[in-house]
Ligand binder design. Sequence first.
Ligand code: BES
Ligand code: MN
Ligand code: ZN
Length: 498
Amino acid sequence: MKISFADATLPKSGALAVGIWAGRKLTEAASDLDRRSDGLITRALSAAGRFSGKQEELLPIVGVSGLEGLSQLILVGLGDPAKLDALVLQRVGGALQAHLAKVGASEATFLFDALDGAAVPAAQAAAELAFGALLRSYRFDKYRTTLKEDQKPSLKKLTLALPDKAGARKLFERHQAVAEGVFLTRDLVSEPANVLYPETFAERCQELAELGIEVEVLDEKKMRKLGMGALLAVGQGSDRESRMVVMQWKGGGKEQPVAFVGKGVTFDTGGISIKPAQGMEDMKWDMGGAGVVVGLMKALAGRKAKVNAVGVIGLVENMPSGKAQRPGDVVTSMSGQTIEVLNTDAEGRLVLADALWYTQDRFKPQFMVDLATLTGAIIVSLGSLNAGLFSNDDALSDRLISAGKAVDEPVWRMPLGDAYDRQIDSDIADVKNIGGGREGGAIIAAQFLQRFVNGVPWAHLDIAGMVWSKKDGPVAPKGGTGYGVRLLDRFIADNYEG
Ligand code: BES
Ligand code: MN
Ligand code: ZN
């Protein structure tokens, strides 16, 4: 779908959308149109039953008379002007996009006025609405060889018509770069594991070099030399070789970089501690954390962020085989700490142990944020409405929480503590990879990671409940959500750019 910005004039074809405030109050653009069409809007509203102009409410009017060439007019609820902020506008854009796509419209124009009284200026309003529509328009059709008529993408072009089209376009450019990052993340998590495995994932990362990102790929030989015995142990049961990818965006000055680390388990069978068959297909998106890191790097480079950012992802496939690690094995991590692997399905923490240690050791970052679909337990705790945040640093946590609120990708802080930490002391090694039982599973996993951050300010986001959605959301169709890219982009923009 192409998004464009044009002068505030009536289009000659396609669908037309105008805003209606709460309580059926016409926006300026709507009342203009009402005058030109002999009261079409007033009449429609009086016949419209419950439509009242609430946020995201839509009232499509087909067979419009008096508006030459237009296929339909859509009255779009904007709610209370004082509450019309960026997030509401994104959701309205998403709702409108979904409607237009569903009815098979090919072109549409949203006619804006100054939106007097709205919480944001009209140029920003148009850019936010466009952003929401764009995010919602994502599709993953790569593996469909035929599309039924009602499955074909119809909406080719969405135009935002307003007086300050140049201002809106400028604001939108940045959103577009972020949306491209989100789409890359969604593409990666949507790919099946026979197509996306460590080597092919690394190849996809190498494409980011075009944007000015430095990309290095570490193969198994290199990782063995570095002593990454924990990560390599996870991958050893697979016929696919493991990889680590290091991405650097150098948009800042001389300051130390900020670092993002992702769990990239391209498929998690559980290994010898094998998972039940039911739902195992979901484990193709066990590389979701790595997917966010890559999408974030793309977004930062795309909008030329003034920051030095490092992205490190550990890519492995967790398979059972004659070469696979066994429960009870002891492995040596890059940090030198030995790990007793009591459950081969607690593999993400083994991958991150080496990725985190490597990142702080090589880059001496200001902080590290890792992202991982680490535990089922975090889904039990928080459902799919918040990611779990675990951190050794209050300031870092507060910044992540605020950024999450600002973009509607919320995080909820969870505790860490010595009493939890003691539960991963091993009888025969320095640490074991699971606690005694199922209690506090997401916290135990975070305690394990903390042993590999070497005291560097660190935050861990357990995004197991956030990566994939079985139903459509306001700005994402069902499937890969891309959760985390907007959150971290905002976190950087608000705190780490000059
Ligand atoms: N990738 C899973 C966690 C997961 C589960 C993500 C469901 C998304 C949906 C992780 O590797 C895992 O298997 N964790 C185990 C840990 C346990 C063995 C201590 C879990 O959560 O059951
Ligand atoms: Mn697992
Ligand atoms: Zn996993």
